[in-house]
Design a protein around this ligand. Structure first.
Ligand code: SF4
Length: 327
């Protein structure tokens, strides 16, 4: 957990990262912001939610809850806080607001978008539903509230298989991530009607790159995120969401691992699993990296920028998320 204890335990948490940069440099760069954020959290009765792709100084030094987008929104419901700061991208802040309508949800940088969420509009979904009447719509949580509002049920990369199978139908409209849909089709045999949306981080990985890493590190365990193209997932030893990756490394304790996902995930996991060596390809999400300690500090100082959801979208979008939680 973040909060005051985060500073006390910073040396242990930063050990692997400190090989890249001396701790004194981190401290000089960030101490003012960290101290100010911890103070502001108390004054505002605020919590900070940090996605697994946030950089270590956010993830380990100021965050109260860490995880994937759904875990962040769900766990925040149980907190006694007036304000939530989302150290993640805009659709995550929207989902947090959907699940916590009475709390003020702040996004430190409104430009923190997502190539997947921005690939599709509510009008696109309505057209797909007209084209395939009666076919259920499963929408990845990496989507805007107006797209969720057109949806039968949401899913995450961790529960997509379970959600799709629970529908008990031969085919499903699965949006907006084409690769996630194809990977789930390969796992379940259920036909997926897809949308050509891609995560700009995961689409860049190639099978050739994975083979090259295996040649360089014959003993490496390869774990691929299901937002990767199916031919990349086929090269992996295991495929799973960021939460699944965390569990896999913690329980299987591979000696050497390659996480085929956003770069900060390895930095954050390395601090928690010092016995595992992380091979680090580095595909950064430019949207996640718009969130900085200085931005979080400004957000708390000025209460910027609150996330709002049009009232007509609230109930149907929340219902799609809640149906997923029920499954
Ligand atoms: S990593 Fe990919 S899916 Fe996640 S926010 Fe960035 S672009 Fe979107």
């Amino acid at each position: 957990m973040g909060g005051p204890n985060a500073l006390q335990s910073r040396d242990r948490l930063y050990e692997p990262v400190s090989r890249l940069m001396a701790w004194e440099d981190w401290e000089r760069l960030y101490a003012d912001d960290i101290e100010a954020i911890l103070r502001l959290k108390q004054e505002r009765n605020a919590v900070i939610l940090a996605h697994n792709y946030q950089t270590p100084e956010i993830f380990h030094c100021v965050a109260d809850i860490r995880g994937d987008s759904l875990a962040l929104a769900r766990d925040a419901q149980n907190l006694d806080a007036d304000v939530i700061v989302m150290a993640g991208v805009h659709f995550m802040a929207e989902t947090a607001k959907l699940m916590n309508p009475d709390k003020t949800v702040l996004i430190p940088d409104e430009r923190a978008g997502c190539s997947l969420a921005e690939s599709i509009t509510a009008e696109d979904v309505r057209k797909m539903k007209e084209r395939y009447p009666g076919v259920p719509v499963v929408t990845y949580v990496n989507s805007t509230a107006d797209v969720k509002a057109e949806t039968d049920v949401c899913c995450t990369s961790g529960n997509a298989k379970r959600v799709v199978e629970s529908l008990n139908v031969p085919r499903v409209i699965m949006i907006p991530d084409e690769f996630l849909a194809q990977n789930i089709q390969n796992e379940t045999g259920i036909e997926m009607l897809t949308w050509p949306g891609h995560c700009e981080v995961h689409e860049r990985f190639t099978p050739q790159e994975i083979r090259q890493y295996r040649r360089m590190h014959p003993d490496v365990t390869v774990i691929a995120h299901p937002e990767c193209p199916p031919e990349v997932v086929a090269e992996a030893d295991y495929s799973g969401s960021t939460a699944n990756m965390i569990d896999y490394v913690a329980t299987q304790k591979p000696e050497k691992v390659l996480l085929v996902t956003e770069c900060s995930m390895s930095d954050n996991l390395a601090t928690l699993n010092p016995e595992t060596e992380f091979v680090r390809p580095c595909n950064l999400c430019p949207h996640m990296k718009r969130i900085t300690l200085a931005g979080i500090r400004r957000a708390l100082e000025n209460m910027e920028t609150p996330v709002t959801i049009p009232s007509a979208l609230e109930a149907p979008a929340r219902a799609a998320v809640e149906r997923m939680l029920a499954i």
